[in-house]
Design a protein around this ligand. Structure first.
Ligand SMILES: Nc1nc2c(ncn2[C@@H]2O[C@H](COP(=O)(O)OP(=O)(O)OP(=O)(O)O)[C@@H](O)[C@H]2O)c(=O)[nH]1
Ligand SMILES: [Mg+2]
Length: 453
């Protein structure tokens, strides 16, 4: 996933602070150096990194923790708040009739995102239509038409027409009974004045409610100037960052967002139309810092067609770090469906899942692995599943024979189980973050209870 490295560095920094018995200037300075290094490595731009670290330093040295809060927790709170400010203000698309124009450089995912938006709005009961205003790439018309068929959006385009404004004007009658109109525009290799001029004129003609910049997570430092230029030409209202499932560093895109001051609305997390997430700065940061994401979990668990009661129960177990092999079995049985696994991959301890060369979750391999692991678990006794610590070499031998797998594979399973448990404990262990995430977990009292014990 994009930002994996930043995530592990920040978690390490948080661990260091939580683990230190006192806080002094040196510790703060070291921490700031660690954070700077981590941000720069993730492609966050230098100016922003410096601003952020200066703020953290000033506040850490100048502010006193309120009564009842340890200096360690207070430092973490400061870092958390400053990182959160880097992610911009929470805001999102409104569920109402509107016109949305998608802009951005070549190949960043505009047309795919049109499909994702269509899926998103149709699911909420709003009819959606596309205007094919990419007049430069010859295959653009067909691509959008196909996506319209796949997502149930109405399509309007004029094949061969070179004037995007004319296309939009003619679409108005055709799409007049459609609630959400999405205008797909041309991308370019770089931002020349010709493109900016074209997009600016189109923007005036369309007069959209939203102008969304579509930017992918692999874009580096050039993201800033580009976003700024598009901002000036069109008055962007929001950003969608795509390809968050890849190995791009995402820091470039996030820096650009911070500079322009427009909110990130959504994240693209794959090539399918359902690989689309609402962006929430708090959730995103919680996930980055290894707190798991209670809200996403609950959403997905509910999507899995499990009763609310069962969903809560599973969640509570996962987050409590108390689960045993039986629970691991339970999780895999419920969640080993491709669509769910993909969404859960990052927000829940699923064990180590196979990745493809590009760093994305390899679904087929993951399914196969879970299949094999389930057979192994099937060969254990109930007592062993409930008390994994009693599994010794003899049991491993028996289970391996019983399931027709190698002993090594049984050992691997047990090792991963341990790692999952550690992971879940880490989510549980960070008191300062827990407090801060409390707001997100309102309405979920059982979960909070587990957190508090
Ligand atoms: N992995 C992944 N791939 C994506 C995502 N969004 C888009 N893509 C892929 O990126 C490629 C380019 O996507 P398009 O939607 O055609 O990009 P575009 O901005 O419309 O491109 P132009 O119209 O040529 O400027 C396609 O292969 C998409 O499948 C995403 O969130 N994750
Ligand atoms: Mg396109």
């Amino acid at each position: 996933m994009a930002l994996d490295n930043l995530s592990s560095s920040l978690r390490e920094t948080f661990r260091k602070i939580t683990g230190s018995s006192y806080i002094d200037k040196d510790i703060i300075r070291d921490m700031i150096k660690d954070i700077q290094r981590a941000l720069l490595k993730a492609d966050v731009n230098v100016k922003l990194t410096l601003e952020l670290s200066r703020k953290i330093q000033e506040r850490s040295e100048g502010e006193k923790p309120p009564a009842g809060m340890t200096p360690q927790d207070y430092i973490l709170k400061i870092v958390y708040e400053e990182l959160l400010s880097l992610l911009g203000k929470p805001s999102n698309l409104k569920l109402q009739p509107q016109t949305i124009m998608l802009v951005g450089l070549y190949g960043q995912g505009k047309t795919t995102t049109a499909g994702k938006l269509a899926r998103f709005f149709t699911k909420k009961g709003l009819s959606t239509g596309f205007v094919a205003a990419d007049v430069h790439r010859p295959a653009a018309y067909e691509q959008l038409k196909t996506i319209a068929e796949q997502t149930g959006a109405r399509f309007f385009g004029i094949k061969g027409e070179k004037n995007p404004i004319k296309i939009f004007r003619e679409s108005e009658d055709e799409l007049k009974d459609i609630s959400v109109k999405i205008v797909d525009t041309s991308g370019r290799d770089s931002l020349d004045s010709e493109l900016l001029d074209e997009i600016s004129k189109l923007r005036k003609a369309v007069n959209p409610n939203e102008v969304l910049l579509v930017m992918d997570a692999t874009i580096g430092q050039q993201a800033g100037p580009q976003a700024q230029a598009l901002m000036n030409a069109t008055g962007l209202t929001g950003v969608i960052i795509t390809k968050m499932d890849g190995t791009g560093k995402a820091g470039g895109a996030l820096s650009a967002v911070a500079q322009t001051g427009v909110p990130v609305y959504m994240l693209g997390t794959g090539e399918h139309f359902d690989d689309f997430e609402i962006f929430s700065p708090k959730k995103f940061l919680g996930r980055l810092l290894g707190m798991g994401d209670p809200e996403t979990l609950l959403e997905v668990v509910k999507d899995a067609d499990i009763s609310d009661e069962k969903a809560e129960e599973t969640m509570t177990k996962i987050m409590s770090g108390k689960f045993n092999l039986m629970d691991m079995y339970d999780i895999w049985e419920k969640f080993a469906k491709p669509s769910l696994m993909k969404r859960l991959f990052d927000s829940m301890p699923m064990g180590k899942m196979p990745k493809s060369a590009s760093g994305m979750l390899d679904l087929d391999a993951a399914q196969e692995k879970i299949g094999r692991y389930t057979v192994i678990l099937d060969s254990m006794t109930y007592r062993e599943l409930e008390n994994p610590e009693i599994i010794n070499a003899k049991v491993i031998k028996r289970v391996s024979r019983g399931s027709g797998t190698q002993e090594q594979e049984v050992r691997n399973l047990l090792k991963e189980f341990k790692a999952m448990k550690e992971n879940a404990k880490m989510m549980k262990g960070n008191r300062a973050l827990k407090k801060m995430l409390r707001g997100q977990m309102k309405g979920n009292p059982d979960l909070l209870k587990e957190f508090d014990d």
